[in-house]
Design a protein around this ligand. Structure first.
Ligand code: SF4
Length: 325
């Protein structure tokens, strides 16, 4: 259980834009607004899920928060300090406190390093203990993530996908972080292994008091692990609510469409045809007026196409941006 007001991470008006080419003679330069002015917070010990179709900006949001991307604008308050514009030297202590695991552990683990070296590396960078302390910690972490001491000298290619993700988790845990960005950590794994990794992440959260930003497109797994969930569409947050509330009373037509693909207890929540999302996402390069979902929304009106809906609280802790509310 989290203390309601114990905020660890507070993201305010975050923007991450990527300039795209020169724009050509007489034309304006194009800009990809991957993350376009989003705000949310995560309480200490909480798991915040971030969902949406591929290309909605959820991974760019996560990578901006842990400063793997330079931020275009906005604030990222981590434990009372704004890390958004910090230079690398100032950022170093925060890098230790904010770790990340990614979708494809095979590409995020150095293939020429063995397990001991992989888990040791962050501890060496951050000056953690003596050599013996670090070696003891590697063994302890291997045990925590369900691997054996004899795995210590093996290389990433000798493991299955699930085992490689366990190595990534041990590496992230090695420097005692408080926050872990989990960027689609189970998407590349077999279904049978996904639940094991999610259960392990939950156990580790309980043991070490970790806070997670869990990014995924698999809505059923996100519900299981998240306390609250944010839904993104074309760089914007369109809805945010406690997990059960989002699944039983989705407000935004986009959330309803995402949920229509999976079984939900409330039949009204499944009223939106799943075919809705078969259309392509509009290009994020086009600067759209009004609601960005209007081109795919069956409820769109001229008002929606002309004016961007405001972000409003429609019930305690449940927010959405839609003119229907
Ligand atoms: Fe649909 Fe209009 Fe709501 Fe956008 S604002 S989601 S177009 S009803």
């Amino acid at each position: 259980m989290t203390k309601k007001d114990d905020v660890l991470l507070d993201v305010r008006n975050l923007k991450k834009y990527f300039p795209m080419g020169s724009g050509g003679f007489g034309r304006e330069k194009k800009v990809l607004k991957a993350v376009d002015n989003i705000s949310f917070h995560i309480n200490r010990g909480e798991t915040f899920g971030l969902v949406g179709e591929s290309g909605c900006g959820k991974s760019t949001t996560g990578r901006s928060i842990v400063r793997l991307h330079e931020v275009t604008d906005g604030e990222i308050w981590f434990d009372g300090k704004d890390v958004a514009k910090m230079k690398e030297k100032e950022l170093k202590p925060f890098r230790k406190r904010m770790q990340a695991i990614f979708q494809d552990p095979y590409s995020s683990l150095n293939p020429s390093m063995n397990v001991s070296q992989i888990i040791n590396e962050p501890m060496e960078i951050h000056g953690f203990g003596s050599r013996q302390d670090r070696q003891d910690r590697v063994l302890e972490l291997l045990n925590k993530v369900g691997l054996k001491s004899e795995h210590i000298d093996r290389y990433p290619h000798e493991f299955s996908g699930g085992q490689r993700q366990r190595i990534s988790i041990a590496r992230a845990l090695s420097v005692n972080p408080e926050f872990i960005l989990c960027d689609e950590p189970i998407s590349a794994l077999d279904v049978s292994v996904q639940a094991q990794v999610v259960n392990m992440l939950e156990d580790l959260q309980g043991e070490f008091g970790l806070t997670y930003l869990f990014i995924a497109h698999d809505l059923s797994m996100v519900r299981h692990i998240s306390n609250r969930i944010g839904v993104m569409y074309l760089g914007k947050l369109v809805e945010l609510a406690p997990s059960d509330e989002l699944y039983t009373h989705p407000a935004h037509p986009y959330t309803q469409a995402l949920l229509s693909a999976i079984p939900v207890p409330d039949p009204k929540a499944a009223a939106m045809p799943s075919e809705l999302l078969k259309g392509d996402l509009p290009s994020p390069l086009n600067d759209m007026q009004g609601c960005k979902f209007a081109s795919r929304c069956p409820f769109a009106t001229d008002h929606c196409r002309a004016e961007e809906p405001e972000w409003k609280e429609i019930s305690p802790g449940h927010y959405t941006a839609c003119h229907l509310y």
